[in-house]
Ligand binder design. Structure first.
Ligand code: CUA
Length: 506
């Protein structure tokens, strides 16, 4: 059977002519490359029978590397490559051919032709020709003069005929496709924008961020259109027509296309990251007249403190168009401050040295919601609080009310007074050691004094320690540290409020 296949190989015309240039009388040096030993051995036998001493098979190689090496060491005039052997990558093979400038004849032979052999190509390659052959695969076309070199009848050539697409008509396809892609891109982009994926943009920071979103919509719309339109067009226009039996052109490798589709994504990544970095800088840039709000998160609540007034609220009230600086901390686990309409989001971490900042300038009056965006335990899903953006006047009115409410509560009043007078700098309310004794759990406790005596921390003792702090100094604390100014600077009512506050710190 193999003999039938290979009977056609004949050196009658061109090869001989070519060989003539090498030197008449010398045997042709043939190298056969196939991983299939049967292919090589059969071919070798036929060469011997047919050509005797005129052709000598100088080598049978079974792999790419072996073949390339043999081409160097054995210097063949003709290389016969098994076209069906996948390990003999044709393009790779030829790229090695072009390295040298020695002309060499190559034949690609396939044995898969339903009982007949197919010679795909027969060339004497110079380096430049080999290059062409790589880039413009005029594959699977039998040589023009079969009688000249094949002994098998013409009818047994079953090389599939590719459907030729003339250059002009392929241009027409690309123009149509370009129009389809552009139209589809615009429609998909408008669809994405109209679908209101994003909620209202309620902060100045949302504007650059939404710019990035729009850029991404455009990229998504374009890539989606590019892929689907090419697919759609190919399915509709290039589908197999009735009666068509051939195969499509076999295209392998295109350096230009590969360079383009590597360069474009690199460029896109660079552009998007540049815009992203600029936007980030814009979003976190401090403003001149920022209003600070201290945010405390805990399982499962949000608490907002306005340090200028000492007001604490469980709703975040903000005046419109005012730059806000949120300083955020957590009492327990990691939470996350997220108002979708503001676009920005920040994790809130436990630990004094991990206070996180977030800047927001509300630009839209309305009611929003701060949603914890970090899984933080059982009630995470319910950890939300109202965010109210009002006009500056409404905000001031609200703040006035809050301050009044504070003023109606002696404990709250005491807290505010102690803050305003700097008590907290020395007396902690969480039990931490300080310059003075902590207020936590102080009320009603026995205190040991510097002289060894003890005293109960009751109203009278606390009052005395505020107005005349040197009389009873607690053991372990230095005398003359706490100022004696409070007798004059605080009213009796204020001192009573501070004592109420100390009582409340348990
Ligand atoms: Cu806090 Cu989730």
């Amino acid at each position: 059977m193999l003999r039938n296949y290979l009977g056609f190989i004949d050196f009658s015309s061109r090869t001989v002519a070519f060989m003539g240039t090498v030197g008449m009388g010398l045997p042709r040096r043939v190298l056969i490359a196939s991983a299939n030993p049967l292919f090589g051995k059969g071919l070798q036998k036929i060469f011997q029978e047919r050509w005797g001493t005129q052709a000598v098979v100088v080598g049978l190689t079974g792999s790419m590397g072996e073949t390339l090496q043999a081409m160097e060491t054995l210097q063949p005039d003709l290389v016969i490559v098994d076209y069906d052997d996948r390990s003999m990558n044709r393009a790779e093979f030829l790229s090695h051919f072009v390295a040298g400038d020695r002309p060499m004849q190559v034949m690609l032979v396939s044995l898969r032709g339903g009982g007949s052999a197919v010679v795909y190509d027969r060339h004497t390659l110079t380096p430049s020709e080999a290059e062409d052959w790589l880039n413009v695969p005029k594959t699977i076309q039998p040589a023009p003069e079969p009688d000249d070199w094949l002994n098998v009848p013409k009818t047994t050539h079953t090389a599939p005929q590719p459907r030729e697409i003339p250059r002009r008509s392929s241009m027409k396809h690309f123009v149509r496709l370009a129009v389809m892609v552009i139209v589809s891109t615009i429609l998909v982009y408008l669809g994405l924008e109209r679908s209101k994926i994003l909620p209202d943009a309620a902060s100045a920071q949302a504007i650059p961020i939404d710019g990035l979103f729009k850029l991404h919509y455009a990229a998504i719309a374009f890539l989606f259109s590019l892929i689907t339109m090419f697919m759609l067009y190919s399915i509709l226009v290039f589908r197999r027509k009735p009666g068509e039996t051939g195969e499509g052109a076999h295209i392998r490798g295109n350096n230009r296309v590969e360079m383009v589709w590597t360069a474009l994504p690199v460029l896109a990544v660079l552009v998007v990251s540049t815009i992203g970095a600029r936007n980030l800088a814009e979003v976190i840039r401090p403003a001149q007249n920022e209003m600070v709000v201290n945010v405390t998160a805990g399982q499962w609540f949000w608490s907002y403190e306005y340090p200028e007034t000492g007001v604490v609220s469980d709703s975040l009230y903000l005046p419109v168009n005012k730059p806000i600086l949120l300083r955020m901390t957590s009492q327990d686990v990691i939470h996350s401050f997220w108002v979708p309409e503001f676009r920005v989001k920040q994790d809130v971490l436990p630990g004094e040295n991990l206070v996180k900042e977030l800047r927001i300038t509300p630009i839209l009056i309305g009611n929003f919601k701060n949603r914890c965006a970090e899984l933080c335990g059982g009630a995470h899903a319910y950890m939300e609080s109202p965010v109210v953006v009002t006009s500056q006047e409404d905000f001031d009115a609200w703040m006035q009310n809050q301050v009044q409410a504070v003023m109606d509560d002696p404990v709250a009043r005491g807290n505010a007074i102690s803050r305003q007078n700097g008590c907290a700098a020395c007396h902690s309310i969480d039990g931490k050691a300080g310059v003075g004794p902590t207020w936590k759990g102080l009320y009603g406790e026995q205190q040991t004094l510097a002289d060894g005596s003890t005293v109960t921390a009751d109203d009278a003792y606390l009052h005395e320690s505020i107005v005349d702090p040197q009389v009873k100094v607690v053991e372990g604390y230095a005398a003359n540290v706490m100022p004696s100014v409070y007798k004059d600077s605080l009213t009796e009512e204020q001192i009573a409020d501070i004592i109420e506050f100390i009582k409340s710190v348990k």
